[in-house]
Design a protein around this ligand. Structure first.
Ligand code: BG6
Length: 509
């Protein structure tokens, strides 16, 4: 039977083709902030460089500055030149610069938003954006209500059959369950849930999406991905940097709210969820909601959690201040810069398997990984002295910076005796692929413009994550200051005890 040939370059269903956003513009609030300069603007340039933005794409900045379009353009230029992933090309820049606009204004001023609405209308006429606009709120959550109400008042929140309007919000999505619900109500009052894109930039990372490929594109791992074979799971996000310059955001927030509530629980969800029916947005998110609903923090918290605050000292040959000496932090701040929790996913697949999540600043090195640690072999037919150093099998998903996957298993040491020792088998992105990984924000901004919501947590996920963490936060709030730990170490002593109690130990990545 002859097989009909379809040209993959013409087949609209071919998912390997680059996805290019349709006519649209992006309005950024909080345009002078760090996130905007270091991540958003460079990502927009990188998308333009890769040819993934539409011809008339426009970038609008809104801020309390007496700037002309050109002043804003210069700021974007400098941010791109310094932080973009791809090389700087005048031709790409010039094309992008044609669509750059600035609207000076304040959040509580109606005139400012009327001018913004006017700018959006003009872009529709001059650059063919069709009025399709995404509003990126890179601003503190207290400003969400006033900005979303202003957008509604001047008609900028209304989508119709021909024009879409979307809102992009950055964490923190509240500081506990009650405030998250309030925030969700405020946003949903103006934008329907399908127009709300909550950014968790970890989901934009290639290595995080690869968890799904590893699990669901292979036969090898899934049969042993359960409580029968897995002893425990460790999810680590360690950073070597401190919090200088971030007091305004971080003091009173701490490591658990900053990172565990969002990034680490999303990593847990990808690791522990069931196979989605398909990769349609709602199917994937439904599985994440299910697994988060089954997840609980294990008690008693004085034994199952740990928190710490970095002290001053030496880190890699440099003298660094402790948190309490960093500019802007209260001198008696009890904000934790290290947090570890023990969770359990209470379903048939995972019952009894602890998921240990930890994160911290000023630790030994920057590394994010998920280690699935397997049970020991039930019987070893070797002389026990020959297997003395043998650990447990582990599959380690290296999220960053050395992106890849490692499998650890026992192997015979060359020689005349049957000595067995741990070895590793490595897959590294840098070796296997010639393409470099796009930045998380490139993928996510493109998805917003395409209206592709799979990688954006729904409000149920946000609320369930707070439901998991709130009891731990309440316990900590009643128990005074965190322990201090040395910069360059792997956290406070109680973190070691947390695992040592069950005869386990943290990996030293
Ligand atoms: C952010 C946190 O969400 O993620 C920061 O607020 C943290 O505290 C950052 O430093 C880490 O991101 P990445 O992509 O460098 O791991």
């Amino acid at each position: 039977m002859s097989r009909q040939w379809t040209n993959p370059l013409r087949d609209p269903r071919d998912k390997r083709l680059p996805r290019i956003a349709g006519p649209s513009s992006l309005v950024i609030f909080g345009v002078t902030g760090d996130l905007s300069r270091k991540k958003l603007m460079p990502a927009i340039y990188d998308l333009a460089h890769r040819g993934l933005l539409p011809a008339g794409f426009s970038l609008v900045g809104f801020a309390r500055r007496e700037w002309e379009h050109q002043d804003f353009g210069e700021m974007v230029h400098d941010a791109v030149a310094e932080h973009a992933r791809t090389t700087f090309r005048e031709s790409v820049w010039n094309r992008l610069a044609e669509g750059i606009r600035f609207v000076p204004g304040t959040f509580d001023d109606d005139d400012s938003f009327d001018r913004l609405a006017q700018a959006v209308r003009e872009l529709g006429e001059e650059r063919g954006t069709g009025g399709n606009t995404a509003f990126y709120l890179s601003i503190p959550p207290w400003a969400f209500p006033v900005v979303t109400k202003q957008l509604a008042r001047c008609g900028l929140a209304d989508s119709d059959a021909d024009t879409w309007r979307r809102v992009v919000i950055e964490k923190p999505f509240g500081h506990d369950l009650a405030s998250a619900k309030e925030l969700n109500n405020v946003v949903n009052d103006v934008f329907p849930e399908e127009s709300v894109f909550r950014i968790d930039h970890y989901l934009g990372k290639e290595t995080v999406q690869n968890i799904l490929a590893l699990r669901f594109a292979n036969q090898l791992f899934e049969p042993i991905w359960n409580a029968n074979h897995v002893d425990h799971v460790q999810i680590t996000m360690a950073e070597d940097i401190g919090l200088g310059g971030r007091a305004g955001y971080y003091d009173g927030i701490g490591a658990a709210r900053d990172v565990i509530q969002n990034h680490l629980l999303q990593l847990l969800a990808f690791t522990a969820m069931e196979e989605p029916l398909s990769f349609e947005p709602n199917a994937l998110r439904a599985e994440k909601v299910k697994v988060l609903a089954a997840t609980k923090a294990l008690q008693p918290f004085d034994q199952t959690t740990a928190r710490g605050q970095y002290a001053g000292g030496w880190q890699g040959g440099t003298k660094v201040p402790g948190l309490l000496q960093e500019d802007g932090f209260a001198k008696d701040s009890t904000t934790e810069t290290y947090a570890a929790v023990t969770l359990e996913v209470q379903n048939r697949r995972w019952a009894g398997v602890p998921f240990y999540l930890r994160t911290g600043k000023r630790l030994g090195r920057r590394v994010t990984e998920i280690a699935v640690v397997f049970k020991r072999a039930p019987h070893l037919p070797f002389d026990s002295s020959s297997t003395e150093e043998l650990g447990q099998n582990a599959l380690v998903i290296r999220v960053q910076p050395d992106e890849g996957v490692t499998l650890r298993f026992g192997s015979k040491v060359p020689g005349t005796t049957m000595e067995v020792r741990d070895v590793t088998m490595d897959f590294g992105y840098g070796h296997a692929f010639t393409e470099s990984s796009p930045e998380a924000y490139e993928r996510l901004i493109l998805d917003v413009l395409l209206g592709e919501p799979s990688l954006f947590p729904v409000n149920d996920e946000v609320e369930l994550s707070w439901r998991i963490l709130d009891p731990v936060l309440e316990h900590w709030a009643e128990h005074g200051a965190p322990e201090s730990y040395q910069p360059g170490s792997w956290g406070p002593p109680s973190a070691e005890d947390l695992l040592a109690r069950s005869g386990r130990h943290w990996r030293r990545p």
